[in-house]
Design a binder for this molecule. Structure first.
Ligand code: GTR
Length: 320
């Protein structure tokens, strides 16, 4: 009896190993960044809950290229999952233009309330019409402008400066709205762009500003906090459609369950990055945020024209 049970167990092990499927995820951040750590956590949950039938390998540090390249790879099914910011998805998934709008979310709590609820689910669902399956949102804090030449306290201080933007029509329009010159540049080029003077500034959250060395080329950090667009974990629909429904559920749940761990890591890292940047001698400016909101206001109407998307804006603003 015992021997037979052992044989069955061994056969299952061999069978399990033979059919183990490696899912591959891409993230541009380094191995110790909260998004990458959270994906690793998600991978551990997937391996455990599938009894090793699935594993998740995370290609971090731009091993598979820049963010927009990894989006293309996922759409083609060459890579299974991507963790990217919502803004590079703007041109592909129209709903994400709404969540990238400047001064849309009133606070991180407001953003969580919206994205953790039915509106967030609706936006994740919208990815399916465009070749992806939205699984979960990860935190990204608030994005603020930073510059190399002089401190920025009002929109006028940005006038004429070359500001790096993410690959998105909205990001471009937002920088134009304050009279600066938008320069679309891959994330991996920003640090060197700032140091060499190819660009005069960029905008990002504390961990990206500090951990990617942007502060070394741009020592004025102005707390405009104009965007709170979170990150998204999305799967290739091509790959997804080939998986059994039970495994789809398992993967989705693991992504969702990794969010709490992500938020814990994020809070810690955000504080640490801000402290480190301040200690390195960065000048932090409290700008006139209302003036930035006012200057960027026309972007809402210019970029959000469809009634369906206008309604989404209204529902987000009306969430308390
Ligand atoms: C970071 C984000 C990245 C990337 C980057 C950028 O905050 O985590 O996914 O979008 O910003 O500005 O390109």
């Amino acid at each position: 009896m015992v021997f037979a049970a052992l044989l069955i167990a061994a056969a299952q092990l061999v069978g399990g190993a033979a059919s183990a499927r490696e899912l591959r995820a891409a993230d541009i951040h380094p191995a110790d960044y909260p998004t990458v750590q959270a994906l690793a956590h998600m991978g551990a949950l997937i391996a455990e809950r599938s009894n090793g039938r699935y594993t998740l390998k995370v290609f971090h540090s731009r091993q598979l290229g820049e963010e927009t390249e990894t989006i293309d790879q996922a759409r083609a099914g060459v890579v299974d999952l991507v963790r990217v910011n919502l803004t590079p998805f703007n041109a592909l998934v129209p709903e994400t233009t709404v969540t990238s709008l400047p001064f849309l979310f009133r606070s991180i709590d407001h953003m969580h309330k919206v994205m953790d609820g039915p509106i967030g689910d609706e936006i994740l669902k919208a990815f399916e019409r465009h070749g992806f399956v939205g699984l979960a949102y990860y935190d990204s804090g608030a994005r603020s402008f930073y510059t190399s030449r002089h401190p920025v306290a009002t929109p006028a201080d940005l006038r004429g400066l070359r500001i790096r933007v993410q690959d998105s029509p909205l990001a471009t329009a937002m920088v134009e709205a304050v009279g600066a010159q938008p320069v679309p540049l891959a994330y991996g080029q920003v640090a060197v762009g700032l140091r060499t003077g190819v660009i005069d500034g960029a905008e990002n959250n504390w961990p990206s500003y500090h951990d990617s060395g942007h502060y070394q080329g741009a020592a004025f950090y102005s707390l405009t906090q104009h965007s709170m667009a979170p990150e998204v974990v999305a799967m290739s629909k091509k790959v997804w459609d080939g998986l059994p429904a039970a495994d789809q559920r398992l993967i989705r749940q693991a992504a969702r369950d990794s969010v709490a761990e992500m938020r814990r890591l994020w809070r810690e890292r955000e504080r640490r990055a801000e402290d480190a940047a301040r200690q390195a001698g960065v000048t932090v400016i409290q700008p006139d945020k209302d003036a930035f909101a006012e200057a960027m206001r026309p972007v809402h109407d210019r970029l959000v024209t469809e009634p369906r998307l206008k309604d989404l804006v209204r529902r987000i603003q009306g969430t308390h």
